[in-house]
Design a protein around this ligand. Structure first.
Ligand SMILES: [Zn+2]
Length: 133
């Protein structure tokens, strides 16, 4: 089980993501079940404890430059596709924090889009079968 360090979030990689539970195995009465986000969904505010617990980050904190905006869609998926690969080296996964449901342990990814006049918080359920890289 991956746990967050005090202070800085632990850097996670694709193998860490693959170890998280299959969302299909999560109990139907778990509080996370109301989160319908197989693809990226906007949420009004980032979700945090007590619903979700932080596991770590996919961002490379040793780099000063912004992570690439390039996306990874070898199968013809799009940004919002429910089957889009979860590729930690590519946008938007390269800036995501990784969370786990406090009840069942299934994983979620979150990041914040900063536009010219808005911030938009995004949430996606983590399906380990879609992890790439
Ligand atoms: Zn849950």
């Amino acid at each position: 089980m991956v746990t967050a360090q005090a202070g800085a979030l632990a850097r996670l990689n694709a193998d860490d993501l693959r170890r998280l539970p299959d969302p299909a195995d999560s109990p139907s009465d778990c509080t996370c079940r109301h989160l319908q986000c197989a693809g990226w969904e906007s949420v009004t505010a980032p979700l945090a404890e007590p619903l979700l617990q932080p596991l770590g980050t996919l961002r490379d904190a040793t780099r000063d430059d912004e992570p690439t905006l390039e996306e990874f869609h070898p199968g013809g998926t799009r940004y919002g596709s429910e089957t889009a690969p979860v590729a930690p080296a590519y946008f938007p996964y390269n800036r995501c924090t990784v969370w786990a449901c406090a009840g069942c342990g299934r994983g979620f990814l979150q990041y914040t889009e900063f536009g010219g006049y808005y911030v938009d918080h995004r949430l996606r359920e983590l399906d380990p079968a879609l992890v790439s890289g």
